[in-house]
Design a protein around this ligand. Structure first.
Ligand code: UD2
Ligand code: MN
Length: 579
């Protein structure tokens, strides 16, 4: 008896499971279909309509924008009263920007339309894919963070904007706690907030945002942006054409002190992202090769890299290519990792002139890297660069990086075997292919680097002090300081072509003395010869040697005198204590 009731109970449970599971599955499939319907309709039913120009306004152009009056409206600068100076200064040092000024400007302020007028006449697909705008943030100021959100809500097509996903990277400022949750609750149901349980850094936080996003397309923005008019459709259209295209808006500048919104580039000039061999992000004006591919100057164009912060990409594609390398820490280099990966593994990057987004460039970085940095020995950003170049560069190109950043050879970059396996799995092309086909214009500014003959500290035989930039930028006089062996300011390189370099800068001479200068673009040549026997640094053009003034400590060129210790310099390689 007992056995029979037990068995029937079991059967009932099995029956219930058999009914409920498929039902749940069906519900899930329906939900997914609905989620994907717009995009797939466009992509798979060939409803894709190439953007086209019309005589009148394009289909997503905003109509009847009401003029607004108030502080900062129309993207104008807003100047605080003199009695607000302290508040302004305090917020500058806390956030790297004048939040006191921002706080007085409406979250819905109008901005200046920085687009080429032609942009207003483009028509984009009527059905746009669902989009999640992902904003990661760590300890940002209230009004800049929310102005970013408001601008997205105000200036994106209703049917395409699925959500604004805020990802809090373990902020500890009170205004970003419950107050933020309450505000979001009252704002718009499409705004969603998730929080990290520990500090992850912006790179992992973005990858998490991508995982959690509901839209087919994800758009990343920094937490201090204002999107411009009709910014979204132009970013989505190229991705609808080819889901392996990542798109990047043209970045405008928002002044960190007075919040003036203004273009960064001169009107009508377009740039694309490149890099120099120390992996600093650089830009190059569009050349004939790219311009000749365009029918109209406002069409998207190819770019080798991007600055990092603002871009749109198909969510599934981003996840298929492994999102960001999870071994990259906190900040820096992720823009290159993604750029190289996309290009080398079959995708492409397009910059979109008709999509403009303002970004507050801060005066300095107001946050530290927290515990994440303490676990690592050595400069964290250079470790990131090393991971990226060891994964994506061919051997020949890796050498350029180590020539430019000699200390990187001693850094522990962790395990990159999964990255290399991914590169294999996706059958990615070589870096040489990328350089020749895509980033060909890097060489125009940053030619292949010849090896260093010497690198390290450059010590005076007379007073035992070392060449030092003192942290100055060019043009500045070089001076001598106590040798500290810590690199950067005292890490001098002399290459085979006679160029004396320190970081991305060069050491040159004029009648004022020995100077830190901008390296001339497009050449790796320099005027210097190092005499290993007499230890002199000889300038071939002036035919003089670097000399230290015994009294003033000033560095200048003097007629060469091999017996003068004030003209003797000793290169000594630095061995950082990274382990
Ligand atoms: C640029 C990029 C930035 C990023 C970075 C390199 C632009 C305009 N900006 O520096 O997006 O690619 O280069 O990595 O291209 N954040 C966190 N956790 C952290 C640190 C920062 O969530 O640990 C947030 C921060 O609140 C901001 C975003 O990440 O929203 C980018 O940081 P940033 O504004 O300090 O970087 P930025 O603009 O100097
Ligand atoms: Mn930023």
């Amino acid at each position: 008896m007992l056995l029979i009731t037990r068995r029937s109970k079991l059967l009932r449970i099995i029956a219930v499971i058999c009914i409920i599971l498929p039902l749940l599955y069906l519900l899930f499939v329906r939900h997914e279909r609905k989620r994907l319907s717009n995009y797939q309709a466009a992509e798979y039913n060939q409803q894709w309509v190439k953007p086209f120009l019309s005589d009148g306004p394009g289909n997503y152009e905003p109509q009847d924008l009401k003029p607004r009056i108030g502080p900062g409206e129309n993207g104008q600068k807003h100047i605080l009263r003199s009695d607000q100076k302290n508040a302004a200064q305090d917020s500058e040092s806390e956030f790297g920007m004048n939040i006191a000024c921002s706080d007085e400007i409406s979250l819905d302020r109008s901005i200046v339309d920085t687009r080429d007028p032609e942009c207003k006449r483009w028509n984009y697909p009527t059905k746009l894919p669902s989009t999640s705008v992902i904003i990661v943030f760590h300890n940002e100021g209230w009004s800049v963070l929310l102005r970013t959100v408001h601008s997205v809500l105000n200036r994106s097509p209703e049917h395409s904007l699925t959500e604004v996903l805020l990802v809090d990277d373990f902020s500890d400022k009170p205004h970003l706690g419950k107050k933020l949750e309450d505000y979001i609750e009252s704002l718009d149901s499409r705004v969603r907030l998730i929080r990290n349980k520990q500090r992850e850094g912006l790179i992992r936080t973005r990858s998490r945002g991508a995982q959690e996003a509901k839209g087919e397309i994800i758009v990343f923005l920094d937490a201090h942006c204002e999107v411009n008019l009709n910014w979204l459709p132009p970013l989505l259209a190229p991705i609808m054409r080819d889901r392996r295209t990542m798109t990047v808006p043209i970045i405008d500048g928002i002044d960190h002190n007075n919040f003036e919104y203004r273009p960064v580039y001169t009107y009508g000039h377009y740039f694309r992202g490149i890099f120099e061999w120390g992996m600093l992000y650089k830009e190059n004006e569009l050349g004939y090769k790219e311009l000749s591919k365009q029918e109209y100057p406002t069409e998207p164009y190819k770019s080798p890299t991007h600055a990092g912060g603002l871009f749109a990409i198909d969510r599934n594609y981003f996840l298929e290519i492994g999102a960001y390398d999870p071994g990259l820490l906190v900040w820096g280099g992720e823009n290159f990792e993604l750029s190289f990966k996309i290009w080398q593994c079959g995708g492409s990057i397009e910059w979109v002139p008709c999509s403009r987004v303002g970004h507050v460039y801060r005066g300095f970085m107001p946050y530290n890297f927290g515990k994440l940095a303490k676990k690592k020995k050595g400069p964290l950003i250079t470790i990131n660069y090393k991971r990226v170049i060891e994964t994506w560069f061919d051997d020949k190109y890796k050498q350029y990086f180590y020539t430019r950043e000699p200390l990187a050879q001693f850094l522990d970059m962790g395990d990159i075997s999964e990255q290399l396996a991914l590169k294999e799995k996706l059958q990615c092309k070589s870096f040489d292919w990328f350089m020749k086909e895509v980033a060909y214009d890097v060489f125009d500014k940053f030619p292949e680097l010849p090896p260093n003959l010497h690198w390290g500290e450059l010590r005076s035989a007379a007073n035992d002090r070392c060449f030092d930039t003192s942290g100055n930028g060019p043009p500045a006089l070089m001076s001598l300081h106590y040798c500290h062996g810590l690199g950067n300011n005292q890490l001098i390189r002399l290459n085979e072509k006679g160029q004396l370099g320190v970081g991305e800068r060069c050491i040159e001479a004029d009648n004022q003395g020995i100077k830190l200068a901008f390296c001339r673009l497009g050449t790796v040549d320099g005027p210097w010869d190092y005499d290993e026997i007499n230890k002199t640094l000889y300038h071939r053009v002036y035919q003089k040697c670097i000399a230290l003034h015994p009294q003033t400590g000033h560095l200048s060129l003097m007629p060469c005198d091999n017996n003068n210790t004030y003209q003797q310099w000793i290169f000594k390689q630095i061995r950082p204590n990274y382990r």
